[in-house]
Design a protein around this ligand. Structure first.
Ligand code: IPE
Ligand code: IPE
Ligand code: MG
Ligand code: MG
Ligand code: MG
Length: 308
């Protein structure tokens, strides 16, 4: 039924876990480079930015770095771009938790930004992180071995994945989705835009920096988009099956808010089935990638079986 995922070894998953841990440490060392130093009377905005950055899994930076490496650019060279994706992602989490959006008071195992600080600070810290993300992407041009032309290409397409045709559009649709009955087409739009597009952008960015062929950039983009869809389906499943202690964010909130999710549309078992189908598709798409197959397949299994 799912021959590709059945053939992914535990060793591959262990490799991905090790790389994710190592990457998280390195990303955490580099992130401060891309944060502006702000003194009084505005210091609180930089405190809120630093506060919100702590504690993420750093899966999007891992994707940027491994994509670069898969196409021949040493992973660490792509670090500014990897940090750019994490800065933007963190901004989306701050805004996602605001009272006007998901109204969630726990994030990354601590009070959400607007609870730890206040709503105005959270809005502005999110805004500032989005700008900082662009600074980080631009800083990529300082690296020897990466041409300004490809850096501009990454920046130019970042907005299509992060902006109104991506995450922001997905978030708007997600809020609208609370007011209507379950709707598969709407749900697909939400998952694709609020989550999968940033994964796609991250995979493409690494490949673009490595000057991969257009065909390869498309291939890693399709794989990462499918992985991103899987990531959001498992996020929906964890909301109904995990705990706040494990996830570091509240559970059971999607149903309460009337969110469009796969458990709501097809039930929990149906959502698991769909997750396995997406994982199989993602694993099949790794055949199009030039190397690092163990890593890319292991990542599929890690996301399928993730517990946090
Ligand atoms: C949470 O993303 C938002 C979703 C797209 C589901 P992550 O699960 O990657 O959150 P962090 O970065 O590890 O906190
Ligand atoms: C995540 O959707 C999408 C973004 C933050 C852009 P969720 O609202 O499901 O994410 P969590 O569950 O709060 O992390
Ligand atoms: Mg949300
Ligand atoms: Mg949320
Ligand atoms: Mg969620």
């Amino acid at each position: 039924m799912h021959p590709k995922i059945a053939s992914i070894s535990d060793d591959s998953v262990a490799l991905v876990k090790r790389l994710l841990n190592e990457t998280a440490q390195r990303v955490d060392e580099h992130l401060p480079r891309f944060l502006p130093e702000v003194g009084q009377p505005a210091q609180q905005v930089s405190e809120a930015m630093c506060y919100s950055l702590l504690g993420g899994k750093r899966i999007r930076p891992l994707i940027v770095l491994q994509s670069a490496q898969s196409f021949g650019l040493p992973a660490d060279i792509a670090m500014p771009t990897a940090c750019g994706f994490e800065l933007l992602h963190t901004a989306t989490l701050i805004h996602d938790d605001l009272p006007a959006i998901d109204d969630s008071s726990l994030r990354r195992a601590r009070p959400s930004c607007h609870v730890a600080f206040d709503e105005a600070t959270a809005i502005l810290a999110g805004d500032a992180l989005i700008i900082a993300a662009y600074d980080a992407l631009a800083a990529q041009a300082h690296n020897d071995g990466v041409s300004a032309r490809v850096v501009v290409q990454v920046i130019a397409e970042f907005g299509t994945y992060a902006g109104a045709t991506g995450v922001i559009g997905g978030e708007l649709a997600d809020i609208h989705g609370e007011t209507v009955g379950t709707n598969r087409e709407l749900l697909e739009y939400i998952h694709l835009n609020k989550t999968a597009k940033l994964f796609e952008g991250a995979g493409r960015a690494g490949a673009i920096l490595a000057e991969a062929s257009d065909e390869s950039i498309k291939a890693i983009g399709s794989y990462c988009r499918t992985l991103g869809l899987l990531f959001q389906v498992t996020d929906d499943i964890l909301d109904v099956s995990s705990s706040a202690e494990t996830l570091g964010k509240p559970v059971g909130v999607d149903k309460q808010a009337g969110k469009q999710t796969y458990p709501a549309l097809v039930g929990v078992e149906g959502a698991h089935q769909y997750a396995r189908d997406l994982a199989e598709q993602a694993a099949e798409l790794t055949d199009m990638l030039p190397n690092n197959h163990r890593f890319w397949r292991g990542l599929v299994k890690l996301v399928l079986d993730r517990w946090a």
